[in-house]
Write a protein that binds this ligand. Sequence first.
Ligand code: TRP
Length: 453
Amino acid sequence: MSTTTSIHGMWSSRLMFILAATGSAVGLGNIWRFPYMTSDNGGGAFVLVYLACIALVGLPILMAEVLIGRHGRMSPINTLRNLARDSGTGRAWVGIGWIGIVAGILILSFYSVVAGWTLHYAWRYLKQLFGGAGITDPGATFSALLADPLELTFWHALFMLLTVAVVAMGVEKGLERAVRFLMPALFLLLLALVGYGLSTGYMGQAISFLFRPDWSEIDGNVFLRAMGQAFFSLSLGMCTMMTYGAYLPREGVSIPRVGIAVALTDTAVALLAGMAIFPIVLSFGLDPAGGGPGLIFTSLPLAFAAMSIGALYGLLFFGLLSVAAWTSSISLLEPATAFLVEKFGVKRRKVAALSMAGLCWLLGLLSVLSLNVWSHVRIFGRDIMGFIELVANDIMLPLGGLMIALFTGWVLNRTLLREQLSDMPEALFTTWRWLLRVVAPLLVLVVLVRALA
Ligand code: TRP
């Protein structure tokens, strides 16, 4: 039997859950990674494949995660243990939870480093607003930041402190309070930047870069990156959404509806970010293709430098990005924290959140050093940060997602699923189940094999 509440607290309303899940989904993945992946992978063609991945793989798995969480009500590992036992299958499925916790720790370690860059940029523009020097040579500024391990470590530490502060306070006090104010602010700020994009006169060109597919650009690799981006952007494959689902009230909440709301919002923010960034890139005569991971850090400051209130825009943009990253990093830390609380009965505030964050911070130092002192170190052809990213994003997330799809599609019985999705029309329910049973696993398998080959 599923219980009605979680020991970790509950969302106070349906809206709160939607805000928190959206806050998790919307982050560096949408605003930093989506534009540069689009830039590097052929524009419209990449975007269309990405949208297909969201619809065919992402949304079904998102619903599955929330459903499992709401049924089980505990941290992923214990939820999966109970569900596997109740379904009479082996304990191997608990591996999903372990993959999730390890992937979360790995992702948070470098996520916090990149979020540190955004904090640093926000700070630079804040100083400029009060008379400090502006960023006039963005390429040099970005390289100088990456070359300075102490500076990187400082911002990485600051970001981790912000994250742990929210997680340590628990669901109602911490997560809710943070998302209630930060998410709406985020949308407003993003809209303002799209408004600026409109004023450049390059919006038409930006839209056609984003949506007019050049099919000659499509190859297996584009597919791989689009799939990875879909998992990363929707926070799937590491039990984040399962954990958030555990705090979701049973009454009055339709999982398909919230799933669709979160997926649509996440996608809209990514597209809006593209619509904010590409008009600026184009209006400066920069090539929208091949921007690389530094895209927003090296191109946008050019625009900010040319604007009369550029410091304010810079502060808003990087402030917005830091906030988006913050509400995501919270969700990366929460599954492991909830597990520690359950497993050892330790106090959430003092021990669980702090020790997990400390571990992630230490691991993050590897990424910091791989940008400078250890930049020559190569593991399977990648630098250390790239390797951690490869293992966590490209291997562990799809693997976790694959197992979640199979577990939900083949192991959980129909009655249980139907009970959780009672408002779903039969035809849609059946479609969803077959997407999980066959379509999503096959697509993910292709991606995984390619990632490992
Ligand atoms: N989705 C977030 C982003 O787009 C990152 C993130 C948060 C995440 N929680 C996650 C990614 C869980 C994978 C799994 O920036």
